[in-house]
Write a protein that binds this ligand. Structure first.
Ligand SMILES: [Zn+2]
Length: 331
């Protein structure tokens, strides 16, 4: 059953509104900024940016705001012979951009445009002897890459591939668990909310959430909320809108989303909006970007902000898409 039905906190008494139309315009304008230095500096993140923008638009209920055919045509050009996707045309393939590309194509129901078998071959080739996954053929390992691999294979319904050893993957994630209940990027790594999200997400998809002490981890996650309502990634750090997603989605999977103050977090996210250009920043007063815009909007969706399309806390995609492909029994 859905964790959303019984554990999402409801919002009431919000004092400022979500600037939905302005955020749609902000996302639409991103691709027209080709003369900006920033556009070129972030070239390696272009496919990820497409995922953040397209997801935010879907959650805002405006999936048609970007040209679907153009997006699909572009993504097809980013797929390599080995099946992986680069962050932009002619960029080396990486698991991060491969997941983003697959998420966008599934969201638009256009998986038919690519060679799925090759994507699976690519991801399987990244599994290491210890069960972890590397981000690319250069071999760097991180729990984020494990989640990307498992998430992507789950979306493609290929977790039953005989070449995989998922028991070892679960064992590896369990080794990354710390005494405080949190998870790090590798065994012995400091607990961090983003790493908690990827580890709890991986265990959720692999039906192995029993390895988590939900009360202990739920407490650690709820301690991330500061007086101003915002959430940080680990103790003594600044609050940041993107942690609205990492922390709240983890709490949702643990069925403890009600352990934080939903109204205060809602206000914190809304205050980080840019009321002139649209878009959401990491915190109030800073320059918005598409990454924080997406995770702010997805956070508000988990908080049941009125008028937003429900988001899935594991896959960070519209819930109706996850339902359409029949994955809701995963959590
Ligand atoms: Zn952030």
């Amino acid at each position: 059953m859905s964790v959303l039905n019984n554990s999402r906190p409801a919002v009431d008494g919000a004092t400022s509104d979500l600037l939905m139309d302005l955020h749609v315009k902000y996302i639409q304008a991103l691709d027209t900024k080709k003369n900006d230095l920033e556009y070129w500096l972030t070239e390696h993140l272009r496919v990820n940016g497409l995922y953040w923008g397209a997801t935010a638009l879907h959650i805002l209920g405006k999936p048609e705001a970007l040209d679907q055919d153009q997006i699909v045509e572009y993504l097809v050009k980013c797929q390599h012979e080995n099946g992986g996707f680069g962050g932009h045309i002619d960029h080396d393939p990486h698991i991060l951009s491969t997941l983003s590309a697959v998420q966008v194509l599934i969201t638009y129901d256009r998986l038919d445009a690519i060679n799925v078998d090759k994507v699976v071959d690519y991801i399987v080739s990244l599994q290491n002897e210890d069960g972890s996954f590397s981000g690319d053929s250069w071999g760097e390992t991180d729990t984020r890459f494990i989640f990307c691999a498992i998430n992507c294979l789950s979306l493609l319904k290929r977790l039953d591939d005989k070449r995989l050893n998922l028991k070892k993957t679960i064992d590896y994630i369990v080794q990354c668990r710390n005494f405080d209940g949190g998870f790090g990027s590798s065994p012995g790594g400091e607990s961090h909310a983003a790493q908690v999200y990827v580890c709890v997400g991986t265990l959720t998809i692999l039906n192995a959430l029993h390895h988590v002490d939900a009360d202990q981890l739920g407490w650690w996650l709820s301690e991330r909320q500061l007086k101003n309502g915002g959430l940080n990634g680990r103790p003594e750090k600044l609050e940041d809108v993107c942690y609205s997603w990492w922390v709240l989605s983890s709490l949702s999977m643990l069925k403890r989303a009600h352990w934080i103050d939903a109204n205060k977090l809602t206000q914190f996210i809304l205050e980080a909006q840019d009321s002139e250009t649209g878009g959401i920043a990491d915190r109030s007063g800073n320059i918005p970007d598409v990454f924080h815009t997406n995770f702010g909007i997805c956070g508000l969706s988990l908080l049941r902000y009125p008028g937003l399309v429900p988001v899935d806390p594991v896959y960070c995609m519209p819930r109706h898409v996850i339902q359409r492909i029949g994955l809701t029994d995963k959590h």
